[in-house]
Ligand binder design. Structure first.
Ligand code: SAH
Length: 354
């Protein structure tokens, strides 16, 4: 099978052009047809010489994909299910994206339309409070499959433009780093989707050694899934903590110069009687002391078979109040799309019965 052109970075396509005896500047023209104009085929790229179009057609494929199912929640959140090609029929590579409208009353001036996309089918990180973990890792997504979710999300949202893209769906983005980096280049480039990096956020479980590289090579926002304030507690909730414990993770966050990025977001899912006490809140304050941090508290979204319960609302607010008293910048991520299992940590595509 020919390589998919939507998997190529600009540098890779420039090399192909040079090798093919074409001027280097053609690469951006080709990419603008592929990504910005969403041309359906090489033949329709009318500003390119015919010989180049033919060459492209014999060197690459160009395939678009569409969601197999779109479900809509009572709150207007929509979940897109994609069936991607899989190597193993018993483990289909199904993924989901979520389109989340947020209305800002009364002016509407800050209305948002956020698309949450997946970077892997399933996930291998094994966090006990996340439904995606129950699938295990099926496979990494390619750059084409990551940006293809944005193409489909934009089409569904039209005529409204997306305001934000978050890589917080299925999978661990930094465990599929090369594909994610190419996808981020395509999403933010002028020849691509032209989404400002300030409006893109990548969330990681905390693969500490990848963080400096991520900061150096991309310009998008970083969110880190902290969820616990002691190693014993985090080992239980986020097993990767055994490899990269809190001190290692926070040192990696501490060490990064944050040029354009104002702060790192630390995500903290609130689980009843597990990590939601006043003591947890005070430890969180101490842990983040001296970091350019903001905290995003996530009320736990239950799923069938989950061994945790959500903290009562009063607890969530009290936890937030303690952080605020200590001058931490803290927000609560309101749960969206729960009735169609589209909220954080609810994405999972069942395997067909054997
Ligand atoms: N692998 C990445 C992206 C995961 S999803 C990461 O770990 O950051 C984005 C956020 O949702 C993460 O902070 C994740 O821990 C959180 N999450 C997972 N399951 C959840 C659940 N059931 N309820 C609320 N948040 C959950």
């Amino acid at each position: 099978m020919l390589p998919e052109i939507q998997d190529a970075s600009c540098a890779e396509l420039e090399r192909w052009c040079v090798d093919a005896g074409e001027p280097r500047y053609r690469a951006e023209q080709i990419l603008a047809w592929v990504h910005r104009k969403r041309a359906p085929s090489f033949a329709t790229m009318s500003s390119l010489p015919r010989t180049l179009r033919e060459r492209l057609g014999s060197a690459f494929r160009l395939e678009r994909f569409e969601p197999a199912v779109v479900a809509e929640a009572a709150d207007g959140t929509r979940k897109l299910l994609f069936q991607l090609p899989s190597v193993d029929a018993k483990r289909p590579a199904a993924i989901e994206s979520v389109l989340i409208p947020q209305v800002d009353r009364p002016t509407g001036a800050r209305d948002r339309l956020t698309l949450c996309i997946s970077t892997q089918a399933g996930c291998g990180m094994g966090c006990g409070f996340c439904a995606t973990a129950t699938m295990g890792l099926v496979r990494n997504l390619s750059p084409a499959e990551i940006v293809g979710q944005v193409a489909a999300g934009e089409a569904l949202a039209a005529p409204r433009p997306l305001t934000n893209v978050v890589l917080m769906g299925m999978g661990e983005p930094l465990a599929n780093y090369d594909a994610v980096r190419t996808a981020l280049e395509i999403l933010s480039a002028e020849w691509g989707y032209a989404i400002s990096p300030r409006r893109i956020t990548v969330s990681t479980v905390g693969l500490a050694p990848m963080i400096p590289r991520f900061i150096a090579e991309t310009r998008v926002n970083l969110a880190v899934s902290l969820h616990a304030t002691t190693d014993a507690q985090r080992n239980r909730l986020v097993p990767v903590n055994r490899r990269y414990p809190l001190a290692t993770l926070l040192a990696a966050c501490q060490a990064v110069p944050l040029p354009r990025r104002k702060r790192i977001t630390f995500e903290y899912v609130l689980l009843k009687d597990e990590n939601d006490t006043d003591e947890d809140a005070r430890r969180l304050v101490r842990l983040l002391h001296g970091l350019r941090a903001k905290v995003n508290l996530i009320p736990f979204n239950p799923f069938p078979g989950a061994a945790f319960a959500p903290s009562p609302r009063a607890r969530v607010l009290h936890f937030q109040a303690i952080l605020r008293e200590h001058h931490l910048n803290v927000t609560i991520r309101e749960s969206r799309g729960q009735d169609i299992q589209a909220a954080c940590g609810q994405l999972a595509v069942a395997r067909p019965a054997a």
